[in-house]
Structure formats: structure tokens, C-alpha cells
Write a protein that binds this ligand. Structure first.
Ligand code: PLP
Length: 411
């Protein structure tokens, strides 16, 4: 496609010819694609003729999604996977051999943390964590002769660390290593890492790209050689392919991505500003606020900082859970990046297994609350917060609630 704008590409890019054609990409809900004759089968298998062979590594609907994501992330190609975690796993499986290592920021999603810590050693590889990822020197010091790629998630989930991508890309280039950026939280509508010097972009498309919590998905966007290498040597044998229906739902999500991201950013700024001045809030962590230490990094890299934020309630664990139980517009769930606003309480859910001491070391307090702000009417969000803040003034819940196990008594 000629050099069209982002929104045009989000609706049209990657489309191949389908007969008959259709306003939405046809769903090829099929695991195999019958050949005209033996000659065609042989030609497709040998790569002489373009075509599809088996759904574990290729599918026409999935291919449109891959090509559209490549167009939006400015890469030669892309390969879709069953989830964000499987996309990162396929990439690591392809790039690492026994004895190799990856250098990664330690501010990454918990699943990525687990994959690198536990999954890589099972493949004979390992991770070197950069515990101060603001420092480019710290990255440089972690690189060894066996390092095969640098990995950074920016902004990170849930700590909202923002990396200096151009500086990291310059370091990677000087060491002849690829820089991989997890761009899940911003999406290409707000940040395009390849234009900042990165080589590879990964996503959990489950989040903002899909947009309404209907389908798991992941993608690796990079050079043709990388993508085809992953397809032939990792996806083909390991098997976590994206389902055609999920690709179709994700394509529908892409069509409205940039409009949704604008509204996510707007609503998040309204909510963060409200929280920042609220007497029952100690601290708000949202890079869009001028008080945020990463704020000055937004303009050169990003068109907006998406809608993930956390804040610390000026109160107890019990008050935090009461606040969450009182919300009526926001949904309490373990997810982010959907049209509806989502609240999570790390201390009682995602991080509860850590125990209080470990949680505090990771910067998570018992009264910390995470929001993924949706695209509802901003007034309804603020009214919902206001009534929930009022509820936390009331008497604490009776001990009976704890005895029944309805409210954990960890703090
Ligand atoms: C930044 C980031 N990367 C990757 C993942 C993993 O994605 P999935 O849940 O689709 O496997 C997540 C999930 O929350 C995430 O937040």
C-alpha cells in the first residue's frame, strides 16, 4: 500500500484478495486449505507459489492481521501468536540457544518476569535483569558476549517506567544487538518504537488492540527474516498459533484503535488529575501528570501515555478493598486496555502470593489500586470515584466478614 496515514492503514493495510470480497476480512475457520492438484501442493510447499498449508503456522485471516500490524509498526513483517506471552516465548525460543542470555529491564509484566526467570533456564538460557533501567550504563554493564537481545517494556505494567528508547537503541546498535520493545500499553497509535530506533516490537494484542476483552492474542513485528525464522523454527514446532476468529476480532479492534486511544488518554488524564488533588489519595503514578518523574520523556517518544495508572489510597488494605467494592461503573477484574474501566487491587490479587515485605520492596503497598481507564463518559467515572471515596469513611467491616473468608485479613 502507498504511504498512507495511520488510520487508513489501520482499516485497509494487509488486505489480500478474497473472492468474493467482503467489507470485513473473511474468517477462514479452517486448519487446512485444499490444493487444486498435486503440482500446486508441491509448489506451495516448496515456496515456489504463495499459498497456505496448515493452520498451525499460516491462515489467511491471521495473515491479514499480521500484515496490518507490520504496516502499523513499520516493520517488514509480523507473526501472530495465541497470546502476548506466547509471542514473547516464540521470540525468545527463536533467538536464544543454550548458553545465551537476554538483558532485560526488571520493570516488566509478571508473566514476562516468570518466563525469563523460570522458562529461559529450562531452555539453557538466562536473563540478566537491569534493576536500574533508567541508566544506559547499567544496560551496557549487563551485556555479555552471549547476549542475543535487549528487552524493554515501555511504559511498563504496572510500574509505568518509561524507557529512553532512542538511547537504548543506540546502545543496542553499537553492540550489534536487536532491541525488543513491548509496546502493549501504548500501542502503535501512541508510540512506534521502530521509528525511535528499536528493531523488534512485541504486543499482547489481548489488551488495547483487541479492546473489548474478547480475545487473547500476541504478535512479534520485525524483519522478514526474523518473522519467517520464528514461523519455521518455533511456531511450527511449538504450536501456539493465533485463532482465525481472534485475528478477525483483533482486526476489528485495529479499525478504531487510534480513536479509542485518544479517548483513553483523555479520560485517564481527567481521572489522574482528580485523584492527584483528592485528600484521600497519597500519590498518583501516571506519566501524563507534570509531577511524574517520566513526564518529560513523553513528548519526544509518545503521542500520549495511555490509560494505565496506579495510586495509593490514604488508608488501609481494608479501606482499599471497600473502595473497590463500592465502585459501580468501574469493573473489578484482572485485565487492562478495554473500553470499560477496570480496577485491580494488587495486594489482594495479582501480588498476594508475595507477602507484605516482598510487596513493599516491589513498591506495592496494601492500599495501592490500579486503574485501566476506559472510554466511558468522564463525568460518570468521576461521580463513581466520588461516591466510592465517601464509602471508605464508614465503619470498617465487622470481623465476621473476615471469618467467612470474604475479606482477607492479611494486613
Ligand atoms: C505489557 C504486557 N506484555 C505482555 C503481556 C502478556 O499478554 P497475554 O496476557 O496476552 O499473554 C501482558 C499481560 O498483561 C502485558 O501487560
Amino acid at each position: 500500500m502507498p504511504n498512507r496515514g495511520f488510520n487508513t492503514k489501520a482499516i485497509h493495510a494487509g488486505k489480500t484478495e478474497f473472492h468474493p470480497d467482503s467489507m470485513s476480512v473473511p474468517i477462514y475457520q479452517s486448519v487446512a486449505y485444499p490444493y487444486l492438484d498435486a503440482q500446486e501442493a508441491a509448489a506451495i510447499f516448496s515456496g515456489e507459489k504463495p499459498g497456505f498449508t496448515y493452520g498451525r503456522w499460516d491462515n489467511p485471516t491471521v495473515q491479514v492481521f499480521e500484515n496490518r500490524m507490520a504496516a502499523l509498526e513499520n516493520t517488514e513483517g509480523a507473526i501472530a501468536a495465541a497470546s502476548g506471552m506466547s509471542a514473547i516465548f516464540l521470540l525468545a525460543h527463536h533467538l536464544l540457544n543454550p548458553g545465551d542470555d537476554v538483558v532485560s529491564s526488571n520493570r516488566v509484566y509478571g508473566g514476562t518476569f516468570g518466563l525469563f526467570n523460570v522458562g529461559l533456564p529450562k531452555m539453557g538460557a538466562k536473563v540478566h535483569w537491569v534493576t536500574n533501567p533508567e541508566s544506559i550504563d547499567a544496560w551496557a554493564a549487563a551485556i555479555t558476549p552471549n547476549t542475543k537481545f535487549l528487552f524493554v517494556e515501555s511504559p511498563s505494567n504496572p510500574s509505568l517506567f518509561i524507557a529512553d528508547i532512542p538511547a537504548l537503541a543506540a546502545l543496542a546498535k553499537s553492540m550489534n544487538l536487536p532491541l525488543v520493545v513491548d509496546n502493549t500499553i501504548t500501542t502503535p497509535a501512541l508510540q512506534q518504537p521502530v521509528l525511535l530506533g528499536a528493531d523488534v516490537v512485541v504486543h499482547s494484542t489481548t489488551k488495547y488492540i483487541c479492546g473489548n476483552a474478547t480475545s487473547l492474542g500476541g504478535i512479534v513485528c520485525g524483519s522478514k527474516a526474523l518473522v519467517e525464522g520464528i514461523r519455521q523454527s518455533s511456531l511450527r514446532y511449538l504450536g501456539p498459533a493465533m485463532a482465525p476468529f481472534n485475528a478477525w476480532l483483533s482486526l476489528n479492534g485495529l479499525e478504531t484503535l487510534s480513536l479509542r486511544m485518544e479517548r483513553h488518554c483523555h479520560n485517564a488524564m481527567v481521572v489522574a488529575s482528580y485523584l492527584e488533588t483528592h485528600p484521600k489519595v497519597n500519590h498518583v503514578n501516571y506519566p501524563g501528570l507534570t509531577s511524574n518523574p517520566y513526564h518529560k520523556m513523553i513528548a519526544p517518544q509518545m503521542k500520549g501515555c495511555s490509560s494505565l495508572m496506579s495510586f495509593e489510597l490514604n488508608g488501609t488494605y481494608e479501606q482499599a478493598t471497600r473502595f473497590i467494592d463500592s465502585l459501580r461503573v468501574m469493573t473489578h477484574a484482572t485485565h487492562l486496555g478495554t473500553c470499560r474501566s477496570i480496577v485491580t487491587h494488587p495486594a489482594s490479587t495479582t501480588h498476594s502470593a508475595m507477602g507484605e515485605a516482598e510487596m513493599r520492596k516491589a513498591g506495592i503497598s496494601p492500599s495501592m489500586i490500579r486503574f485501566s481507564i476506559g472510554i466511558e463518559d468522564e463525568k460518570d467515572l468521576i461521580d463513581d470515584l466520588a461516591q466510592a471515596f465517601e464509602k471508605i469513611d464508614s465503619e470498617p467491616r465487622v470481623k465476621e466478614d473476615y471469618k467467612t473468608g470474604k475479606y482477607p485479613q492479611a494486613y
